[in-house]
Write a protein that binds this ligand. Structure first.
Ligand SMILES: Nc1nc2c(c(=O)[nH]1)N[C@H]1C(S)=C(S)[C@@H](COP(=O)(O)O)O[C@H]1N2
Ligand SMILES: [Mo]
Length: 530
């Protein structure tokens, strides 16, 4: 029996250590949250460490994360960070029972890691950003030091040696201290949340108050029949709430439209200028239907959407600033857009100024941009993948050269230039569907922004390519729907689609990965007809 009770004693002791460690970590995070709420919400430790992890994740792993977790990839990352922190906290807590100073020092070390992560983020504002991590770590270290001392047996009075059984430690003292710590940490965390939400309230109010002006150049009316009436086909216009979201932001920037500024400057800019939102809104606005696509979209993937955007023609702003495209002797061939969270995206100046509807968008499907999609202003360049054109929360445009500067994704092995590849996708039937024999409606979308879609073909198994029926084409910058009436026979069948763009180029069969400049290859779907 002696063995069992000593085992239980060890277990109780370890549990006390674990609890002390977890409470220390919880306190550290809560205090950091509170300080971040006062200084800058984006400088909270989980956000900065997560951001640092994202910045350093190899392109292949990032691709895997997007593929596997989709738009939940950030939640998975944050939960992962919290789980690792919890494990380390338990370890440090148990260690602190025998080595109080070392345990507390371990917590401090995490503050240093958080501070370093904050300092190294592209949007770092310097020393203020390290405060949350440092303050949290100091509080956490203090809590661990205190709780560890209370979790130990009181020193045995002289003459009563050997009495240190599981009950001789000051149980009430430990539990009181643990309870008080938890209460204080919860209060600190709640206050932090409160301050954070108060900071974003200004931005929310500025968005609600924003009345979008009428475009001086409205979108051409959509031809009848751009939207096929086929169950299961993608909507021609993607509602804002369904529009895909791809970015590195762990906390979505909440920018106050009233204090927002855009600076245009750099090589060949003879008249650098800063704009307010009101100044942009006072200019002639264009409204266009444009399909936006992510370079990380796999063949058949979901990272594509089409919206009606309202914005300021970007080429006009550049001309006013004195910018001349390279083809007419301009010095800058790359336009680098920078967002409030430090993201940088580079587009060819030539493309932006070649007459296409490149814009600084303020409206999306009739409302101000949602925060997720870049409020108050984002850039859009039809025909280019999002990572080389579609800067959300934009605040700075710098004219430079491709030789002089590599933006965020290019530093991470993605291509400097990335025009959108011709692609097509089968939306219905779904993979592994079991339609009944007879007429089955196959339908989907195809896109080749700037070039348009002139033909879509379907192949059943290894049969000949058959023309699909095309829906009306809204414009060359939007996707186009198509449908094919298939006389399905029982058994397993493979359906494959390919598109031809407006230049006559047939979508290539050659499969490539998304890295470095977008996936190519044909989409196919396997179904079993019953
Ligand atoms: N500030 C910022 N802008 C950004 C990104 C980002 O990570 N940060 N991602 C880009 C990428 S890769 C794409 S595909 C589009 C996606 O825009 P959406 O989220 O509105 O669909 O935004 C682009 N703009
Ligand atoms: Mo993207």
């Amino acid at each position: 029996m002696a063995g069992v009770s000593s085992f239980r004693r060890t277990l109780f002791r370890a549990a006390r250590g674990a609890l002390a460690g977890l409470l220390a970590a919880f306190t550290a995070l809560a205090v950091a949250e509170l300080v971040a709420g006062l200084v800058r919400p984006a400088a909270g430790p989980v956000t900065v460490v997560g951001g640092a992890v994202i910045d350093r994740t190899p392109a292949a792993v990032k691709d895997f994360a997007i593929r596997t977790f989709g738009e939940n990839d950030k939640t998975v990352l944050q939960l992962g960070i919290l789980a690792i922190l919890a494990l380390i906290a338990i370890g440090l807590g148990i260690l602190a029972l025998s080595h109080r100073r070392i345990g507390a020092a371990g917590v401090l070390l995490f503050g240093v890691i958080g501070a370093a992560a904050a300092f190294g983020r592209p949007d770092s504002r310097g020393l203020g950003d390290v405060l949350p991590s440092i303050a949290g770590a100091v509080a956490g270290a203090g809590v661990l030091y205190l709780l560890a001392s209370k979790a130990l047996p009181a020193p045995a009075p002289v003459g009563e040696a050997g009495q240190s059984d599981a009950l001789s430690w000051d149980r009430r003292g430990f539990l009181t201290a643990a309870g008080a710590t938890a209460a204080a940490a919860i209060t600190a965390g709640a206050l932090g949340r409160f301050f954070t939400s108060r900071q974003s309230q200004g931005a929310v109010a500025s968005r609600e108050a924003l009345v979008l002006p009428k475009p001086s150049s409205p979108a051409p009316a959509l031809p009848a029949g751009v939207q096929l009436k086929v169950p299961g086909i993608t909507a021609f216009t993607t509602p804002n709430r369904d529009f895909y979201r791809v970015d590195t932001a762990l906390t979505v920037p909440k920018v106050d439209a009233g204090t927002w500024r855009l600076w245009i400057h750099g090589k060949g800019v003879t008249r650098p200028r800063t704009y307010t939102l009101d100044q942009l809104l006072a200019r002639p606005l264009i409204e266009r239907d444009i399909t936006l696509t992510c370079v990380s979209n796999e063949v058949g993937g979901p990272y594509i959407g089409n919206a009606r955007w309202l914005g300021v023609p970007l080429a006009d702003l550049l001309k006013e600033a004195g910018v001349v495209p390279p083809s007419r002797g301009g010095k800058a061939d790359q336009l680098v857009a920078r967002s409030v969270d430090g993201m940088t995206l580079g587009s060819p100046v030539e493309d932006v100024m070649d007459g296409r509807d490149a814009m600084l968008a303020v409206g999306m499907n009739g409302e101000p941009l949602p925060f997720d999609h870049g409020f108050p202003v984002r850039m859009l360049v039809p025909g280019l993948y999002g990572y080389v054109s579609a800067c959300k929360w934009i605040t700075d445009i710098e004219l430079t050269t491709f030789d002089a500067y590599d933006p965020y994704w290019v530093k991470r092995k993605w291509a400097r230039k990335a025009p959108i590849k011709t692609q097509s996708r089968i939306d219905t039937p779904k993979p592994f569907a079991r339609p009944a024999a007879g007429i089955v409606t196959v339908a989907g979308v195809a896109w080749a922004q700037r070039r348009g879609i002139t033909r879509v073909q379907i192949r059943i198994d290894d049969g000949p390519w058959q023309d699909a029926d095309l829906a009306a084409q809204a414009g060359t910058d939007t996707w186009r729907q198509w449908t094919y009436r298939w006389n399905a026979t029982p058994g397993g069948h493979n359906l494959t689609v390919r598109a031809t763009d407006g230049t006559g180029q047939v979508q290539t069969e050659q499969r490539t990965r998304t890295i470095p400049d977008g996936a190519s290859g044909w989409h196919s779907v396997f179904v079993t007809v019953s």
